[in-house]
Write a protein that binds this ligand. Structure first.
Ligand SMILES: CC(=O)SCCNC(=O)CCNC(=O)[C@H](O)C(C)(C)COP(=O)(O)OP(=O)(O)OC[C@H]1O[C@@H](n2cnc3c(N)ncnc32)[C@H](O)[C@@H]1OP(=O)(O)O
Ligand SMILES: O=CC(=O)O
Ligand SMILES: [Mg+2]
Length: 534
């Protein structure tokens, strides 16, 4: 399909069944309006991100809480909006891509909320993006009733509340262009979902709700708030109808939790502890800061290491002071058909959720319908008859800049198994992503864009720092190259010829072994492999 809907905007993605129902002239026009209003500001904020990263890469001391916004932090009088319909009780939230069957499964899973994901769990092929919008469109209208492999898929009587997660500000959608320039993927995902569904959702007693990923500071939250205001005005929907939960998943945003809530306060639905991107952000930003910032094997960076604990404690206390929900993150363990592995996975998830519930979180994420019961049991116990723990103010919490930056507090070690594991998982995940699946079960763990970023970034950091393994061997480019060849051979033997392992290798080499550490593996890989548009 190649259509020119207005004098400025081109939609150049391949045709798909019923895609024209999503890409209507009015919807595309709406995106053009958002782009017209916000593309310039987005660009400026991305330039600012780049400047900040360069400063950090040159060894500048990491930032802290902002002096100029101290008044926001110290003013106890402001609060965010009351929870919106369907978001009062968020004890279990399931996440997942907007694939057709998974859409029904997530809505029927028993979770209170479904995070319908265009981000970490989605490989942003045109088909996934527009097909995903179509699946949401149908699900919201209850037009979903089909059979697949002998199983009937119908949305039940009490489906989860849908919260859509658009792609982050760093990404573009190359198949929609304005004056030849690709449009922000955030505006495309948000705009199409909001344009088609906001009124329907409101009429059904819910609303247009969003998770906002990978924000780096409160000015990026302000940009989202401005987008919301314009979008609501355009459709004649009262301001404050949209609700957004911001993922705190970058170290810079961790210093601005109050400010982010403040910017979005009339639209805010709280904060979420996006632990995997948060770890990625810690590695990425301090990869050049020497041994004190080197993290151990990925498996050792648990939520109980002091710097991670500090982050979640600060998140709960900040949220509850402002009447905002604090939502926990994703345990990577997923159910297995092997009963022994399954029992271990369920127990690990239980422990993770018990920590979060005990710390005051109002609910948490699961990656699989099979984990809804365990998360539900844990939160049921703590919540009793209450829908949330907003009353637990956690005034006992006091977190300093040093606590958040104390990476060395993680302790642990780097091992051959850890390095090889990262290489192997990154290759497998990138292959899956290139083949259109953005979340995958690999060695009994959920892997997605965030965990893959950790894998390749850790390798870069260890090489850059010549980190010593537990047996004294230094991690060098030569060693990693050798292990890359070996891991590649073993993955190839496993996955066969259909796999895109040569491309995966190239992406890994570029993003884990290059001179510079690229900000994201997905940006370059998207441009080169998921679209043939330049
Ligand atoms: C860092 C972060 O951002 S975390 C959030 C982003 N990541 C995610 O959302 C990951 C979501 N989870 C998933 O994608 C999947 O659970 C995976 C890829 C990890 C595992 O998927 P599978 O290997 O297909 O799991 P499995 O075979 O056990 O699935 C059994 C059934 O549950 C369904 N299912 C599994 N996970 C989900 C989910 N998250 N949502 C809805 N349905 C699901 C499957 O579709 C399948 O349904 P079917 O029987 O109707 O065919
Ligand atoms: O988006 C969630 C994360 O952990 O990353
Ligand atoms: Mg994330």
């Amino acid at each position: 399909m190649s259509a020119r809907f207005t004098s400025r905007i081109d939609v150049a993605g391949p045709a798909g069944e019923r895609f024209d129902q999503i890409l209507t002239p009015a919807a595309v026009d709406f995106i053009a309006k958002l782009d017209n209003a916000f593309a310039g500001h987005r660009r400026e904020l991305l330039d600012e991100r780049r400047r900040r990263r360069e400063q950090l890469a040159s060894g500048e001391r990491p930032l802290g809480f902002l002096p100029e916004t101290r008044w926001i932090r110290n003013d106890n009088s402001w609060h965010v909006a009351q929870p919106a319909p369907g978001l009062e009780d968020r004890r279990v939230e399931i996440t997942g891509p907007t694939e057709k069957k998974m859409t029904v499964n997530a809505l029927n899973s028993g979770a209170r909320v479904w995070l319908a994901d265009f981000e970490d769990a989605t490989s942003p092929t045109w088909h996934n993006i527009i097909g995903g919008q179509l699946n949401l469109y149908d699900a919201i209208r209850r037009n979903t009733d089909f059979e697949s492999n002998g199983k009937r898929y119908t949305i039940g009587d009490s489906p989860a509340t849908i919260v859509a997660r658009p792609r982050g500000w760093h990404l573009v959608e190359k198949h929609i262009r304005i004056d030849g320039r690709p449009v922000s993927a955030s505006l495309v995902d948000f705009g199409l979902y909001f344009f088609h569904n906001a009124r329907q959702l409101i009429a059904r007693g819910s609303g247009p709700y969003f998770y906002l990923p990978k924000l780096e500071n409160h000015l990026e939250a302000r940009l989202w708030n401005d987008v919301f205001k314009l979008a609501q005005d355009e459709l004649g929907i009262p301001r404050g109808t949209i609700r957004a939960t911001v993922l705190i998943e970058t170290i810079t945003a961790a210093f601005e939790m109050d400010e982010i809530l403040y910017e979005l306060r009339e639209h805010s639905a709280g904060l979420n502890a996006g632990r995997w991107d948060y770890i990625f952000s810690m590695i990425k930003n301090f990869a050049d800061h020497g041994a004190d910032f080197v993290l151990p094997d990925r498996a050792q960076v648990t939520m109980t290491v002091p710097f991670m604990r500090a982050y979640t404690e600060l998140l709960v206390s900040t949220c509850h002071k402002r009447g905002a929900h604090a939502i926990g993150g994703m345990a990577a363990f997923i159910p297995s058909k092997d009963p022994e592995i399954n029992a271990v996975a369920i127990e690990k998830v239980r422990q993770d959720k018990e920590r979060e519930a005990g710390d005051g979180f109002d609910g948490s994420w699961v990656a699989h319908p099979g984990l809804v019961p365990v998360c539900g049991e844990v939160f049921d116990k703590v919540l009793g008859g209450w829908p949330n723990q907003l009353g637990r103010l956690r005034e006992d919490v006091s977190v300093t800049e040093e606590d958040l930056l104390n990476v060395a507090s993680a302790g642990g070690e780097v091992t051959e198994q850890g390095v090889r594991g990262n290489i192997n998982v990154a290759l497998r995940y990138i292959d899956s992503w290139l083949r259109g699946t953005g979340a995958a079960a690999i060695f009994n763990l959920m892997e997605d864009a965030a965990t893959a970023e950790i894998a390749r970034c850790q390798v870069w950091q260890w090489v850059r720092n010549g980190t010593k393994l537990d047996d004294g061997t230094a991690v060098t480019p030569e060693l990693v190259s050798r292990w890359l060849d070996e891991e590649l051979a073993s993955v190839r033997a496993d996955l066969g010829d259909a796999a895109r392992l040569d491309d995966a290798r190239e992406i890994f080499t570029e993003t884990a072994l290059g001179d510079k550490l690229p900000s994201f593996l997905t940006t370059g890989a998207y441009a080169r492999y998921l679209t043939d548009l330049t």
